[in-house]
Write a protein that binds this ligand. Structure first.
Ligand code: PLP
Length: 401
C-alpha cells in the first residue's frame, strides 16, 4: 500500500495481504485466545494473547488507520468502549472537556455521568460556532475538545479545521467522532484532529450485524500538555495502546472480521446512501406539514457551506420535524419499508423517534432533543420505494401534504 492510493483501494487492501500460510485472499478469522510459544518468550510473529493482539483485529486496525490517514488504529467492542478508553487515556481528575451540545446521547451520558463522578468537568457547547469553543476553553484545565460532525440526531455541522486551531492553541486534544460522515466522506486528521472516533456498528460495519468501535490516532499526536502517559512517553498512540490492553474492551475476532468485510464496500455503499438521502430530503422539503428538514446537503441547512468544504458528500442521515410529538411517533409507527429501530448506517432504511429512543438518556439535560423530531437512516434500497413509503406514512399519521 502507498499513501497516494485512493480511498477504495486502501479500504480493500490495507492490512489485508493474502494470508502467508495459506494464501487465503481475505484475513482469516483467528478465533483463538492464545498462541503457542517456541520456548518461553518465543512468540511467533509477536502474538501472545488475544486481548493484547489478534491477527484478524490487527488487519482491521491497520485498514482503519489507512482509510483515516492516521498512524495507528484500535478496534473495540463498541463505539462507547472506544470513547471510554480514549477518555481514560488522555484525561485525569480535575480536567475539563468541551462536548457538543447535541452530541450522541450515549457520549454525553459517558462524559457527564460516568466521568463526572471521577472528577472530569464538561461544558456543552454549540459547535456550529467555533468561537463558542474559545469562550468555553478554561486555560490550563481544558484538555480535550470533542467534536461530532454531522451530529446525531440534529445533523449539526462543526468546522473541524477552525476548532482544531482553537484546541491546539489551548494545548488541548481534538477528538472527532466521524461515525456519521465516515472516512470516505470526511478526513478529520487531515483537518487537524488528533484522534478519530467511530461507532463501527454503523456505516463501517454497514449491515446491522455487528457492534464495534474504533480509535484512529494521528501521526505524532501528543497527550495534553503536562500529562505523562503510563508507558513514560507522551504519545497518544502509546497511551491508547496501553489502555486498550489494560482495560481490555477489544473487538473479538469474528466482530473484527465482519467490520473489515463492511469496510471494503464502504465507498460504494456511501455513494448510494447519500444519493438516496438527498432525494428523501428534497421530497420531505416539499411536504407542507413537515416543518423542518435537517440535511447538510440542503442549501437551507445552516452548516451547508462548511459541510460542502470539509465533506466529499453529505451522508445518509436525514432528520425532520412534524410539528408535534404525536405525529412524529405516528410517522415512526406507520412506515413499512423503513424499519422502526435504533442504530443507523446499515444497508436497510431505519426510522426512529430520538426523544423517546436513542436520545432518551439526555432528556432534561442541555442536550434534550425536540420531541417532534424523526430521524431516518436512509438505506440503499430503490429510492422510489423509500419515498413512496414515507409518503404513505406521513398521510397515515395525518401530517398534511
Ligand atoms: N457515536 C455516535 C455518533 C453514535 O451514533 C453512537 C451510537 O449510536 C456511538 C458513538 C456509540 O457507539 P456504540 O453504540 O457502537 O457503542
Amino acid at each position: 500500500m502507498t499513501d497516494d492510493q485512493g480511498f477504495a483501494t486502501r479500504a480493500i487492501h490495507a492490512g489485508q495481504e493474502a494470508d502467508p500460510a495459506t494464501g487465503a485472499v481475505v484475513p482469516p478469522i483467528y478465533q483463538v485466545s492464545t498462541y503457542k510459544q517456541d520456548g518461553v518468550g518465543g512468540l511467533r510473529g509477536g502474538w501472545e494473547y488475544s486481548r493484547s493482539g489478534n491477527p484478524t483485529r490487527a488487519a482491521l486496525e491497520a485498514a482503519l488507520a489507512a482509510v483515516e490517514g492516521g498512524a495507528a488504529g484500535f478496534a473495540f467492542s463498541s463505539g462507547l468502549a472506544a470513547e471510554d478508553t480514549l477518555l481514560r487515556a488522555v484525561l485525569r481528575p480535575g480536567d475539563h472537556v468541551i462536548v457538543p451540545n447535541d452530541a450522541y446521547g450515549g457520549t454525553y451520558r459517558l462524559v457527564a455521568r460516568v466521568f463526572g463522578p471521577w472528577g472530569i468537568e464538561h461544558t456543552p457547547v454549540d459547535l456550529s460556532n467555533p468561537d463558542a469553543v474559545l469562550d468555553a476553553i478554561q486555560p490550563g484545565r481544558t484538555k480535550l475538545v470533542w467534536v461530532e460532525t454531522p451530529t446525531n440526531p440534529l445533523l449539526g455541522i462543526a468546522d473541524i479545521a477552525a476548532i482544531a486551531a482553537h484546541a491546539r492553541a489551548a494545548g488541548a486534544l481534538l477528538a472527532v467522532d466521524n461515525t456519521f460522515a465516515t472516512p470516505y466522506l470526511q478526513q478529520p486528521i487531515a483537518l487537524g484532529a488528533d484522534v478519530v472516533v467511530h461507532s463501527t456498528t454503523k456505516y463501517i460495519g454497514g449491515h446491522s450485524d455487528v457492534v464495534g468501535g474504533a480509535l484512529v490516532v494521528a501521526d505524532g499526536a501528543q497527550l495534553p500538555v503536562g500529562l505523562e502517559g503510563p508507558t513514560g512517553t507522551t504519545n497518544v498512540r502509546d497511551a491508547v495502546a496501553f489502555h486498550q490492553n489494560s482495560s481490555g474492551a477489544v473487538a473479538g475476532p469474528f466482530d473484527a472480521w465482519l467490520t473489515l468485510r463492511g469496510l471494503r464496500t464502504l465507498a460504494v455503499r456511501m455513494d448510494r446512501h447519500l444519493a438516496n438521502a438527498a432525494a428523501v430530503a428534497e421530497f420531505l422539503e416539499q411536504w407542507a406539514g413537515v416543518t423542518q428538514v435537517l440535511y447538510p446537503g440542503l442549501e437551507s441547512h445552516p452548516g451547508h457551506e462548511v459541510a460542502a468544504r470539509q465533506m466529499r458528500g453529505f451522508g445518509g442521515m436525514v432528520s425532520f420535524r412534524t410539528g408535534s410529538a404525536d405525529s412524529a411517533v405516528a410517522v415512526c409507527g406507520a412506515t413499512q419499508l423503513f424499519t422502526l429501530a435504533e442504530s443507523l448506517g446499515g444497508v436497510e432504511s431505519l426510522i426512529e423517534h430520538p426523544a423517546r429512543m436513542t436520545h432518551g438518556s439526555v432528556a432534561g439535560t442541555a442536550l434534550e432533543v425536540p420531541d417532534d423530531l424523526v430521524r431516518l437512516s436512509v438505506g440503499i434500497e430503490d429510492v422510489d420505494d423509500l419515498v413512496a413509503d414515507l409518503a404513505q406514512a406521513l398521510d397515515a399519521a395525518g401530517v398534511g401534504r
